[in-house]
Design a binder for this molecule. Structure first.
Ligand code: NDP
Length: 311
């Protein structure tokens, strides 16, 4: 019998989270609190501009105050540090987001560490990484937090599962592994120096791919029936490659004809066919990131004022 894998709809889950955030914002309004997010976008990076516009628009939809600061490409690290210090001090700002990547001459690490941990809605500050590890309340990185939401809201088990995370970045792989461990999975973290990766990934009940290489995880690397979480966002511009990934999928072919590229995850689409459940790309993990940013902004507003969280 043909396997019918379960598609985990990130867009629907993100909508549910946003609706909950909007309700929390309403409740806070009753207490005279309007959560506020400041986004710093340096210079002109077209992809970053699209992300930032989308973040600001979502704030508006949910009743969160937002402001966008757009310093020029030529801004120095010291000037950026002064900007962050100003935002740290402003009481109506609950979240500060520095859109990455920054120009090469700006010291990204210093800046991320300058954001007050209590306003660090991206969850990148070492203090928040430490809080995550210690299981203390804090602000967790949005993309891995989105993965956990997808699993929990889809009633997929985490406790006791063999979870394999491929990728160990500070933004995705490491915090995803920590969150899975906190949820009682047995976690293995793999990276570019891992020996015999397919042997390890084939043991995974729950496989998270955060690598940045289109279709890297092939069907041979997957245990039939596993849950596949695909974090990768890779733009493929080669027609032959698109055909290899999607056979002759008319929808993808139409996208390719229109845009000259299609987005492919880190997991080969053919691997999804043998999965128990999987997140599609697009429309899977990526859809959750902004919803989790909104969640974190409201969480920051509550934590700073000592208001209890819903959950
Ligand atoms: P990084 O480049 O920071 O990390 C990639 C990781 O993959 C590294 O740990 C690297 O290992 C590992 N890796 C690379 N090649 C191999 C290999 N051949 N075998 C095993 N491991 C390998 O990427 P990010 O974590 O920032 O992002 C990963 C993907 O997720 C990207 O496609 C990105 O676009 C996407 N992404 C999506 C988001 C969203 O959905 N909103 C948000 C953030 C990222 P090593 O450490 O040894 O170099």
């Amino acid at each position: 019998m043909k396997n019918v894998p379960r598609l985990l709809d990130g867009v629907a889950i993100a909508s549910a989270i946003k609706a909950e955030v909007a309700l929390e914002v309403k409740e806070l309004a009753g207490k005279g609190v309007v959560p506020g997010l400041a986004v710093i976008l340096v210079g002109h990076v077209p992809a970053s501009e699209i992300y930032v516009r989308s973040k600001v628009k979502t704030c508006g939809e949910l009743g969160i105050y937002s402001e966008m600061l757009t310093p020029p490409e030529s801004i120095t690290t010291d000037e950026m540090l002064a900007l962050v210090a100003e935002l740290n001090a402003r009481p109506e700002i609950d979240g500060i987001l520095i859109q990455l990547p920054l120009p090469k001459h700006v010291d990204t690490k210093r800046l991320l560490e300058a954001v007050s941990p209590d306003k660090d809605v991206d969850g990148f500050h070492p203090v928040n990484a430490g809080r995550l590890q210690a299981g203390q309340p804090g602000l967790a990185p949005c993309t891995p937090a989105g993965i956990i939401e997808i699993l929990k809201r889809s009633n997929l088990p985490i406790a006791g599962q063999n979870a394999v995370v491929v990728g160990r970045s500070d933004i995705v792989g490491k915090p995803a592994a920590m969150m899975l461990l906190n949820a009682s999975a047995t976690v293995t973290v793999c990276h570019s120096k891992t020996r015999d990766l397919p042997k390890i990934t084939r043991e995974a009940d729950l496989l998270v791919a955060a690598i940045g290489r289109a279709g890297f995880v092939t069907p041979e690397m997957v245990k039939p029936g596993a849950t596949l979480i695909d974090v990768g966002i890779n733009r493929v511009t080669d027609a032959a490659e698109v055909k290899e990934f999607f056979d002759s999928d008319p929808a993808r072919e139409a996208t390719f004809a229109k845009r000259g590229s299609v987005v492919v995850g880190d997991i080969h689409p053919k691997a999804f066919e043998i999965a128990g459940a999987y997140t599609p790309v697009p429309g899977g993990v990526g859809a959750l990131t902004i919803a989790m940013l909104m969640h974190n902004t409201v969480k920051a507003a509550k934590l700073r004022r000592g208001i209890a969280m819903e959950k």
